[in-house]
Design a protein around this ligand. Structure first.
Ligand SMILES: [Zn+2]
Length: 57
């Protein structure tokens, strides 16, 4: 999953990443910020001010 220009810190692009143990987090490609659980919930919720997610598939 990729969110364009959705970083709360720098308005960069956010990407969902997965670790080797299956843990998932969202981080910014430009500044490296890692979203908090609260930020992530807002990002995933439909109808928010953040841009619509762009599916990688
Ligand atoms: Zn950023």
């Amino acid at each position: 999953m990729l969110w364009l220009h959705a970083c709360p810190r720098c308005a960069g692009d956010l990407m969902e990443e997965q670790g080797y143990r299956g843990e998932v987090w969202i981080s910014c490609l430009q500044c490296g910020a890692v979203l908090t659980g609260e930020d992530e919930a807002a990002l995933r919720a439909p109808g928010r001010t953040l841009r619509e997610p762009v599916s990688a598939a």
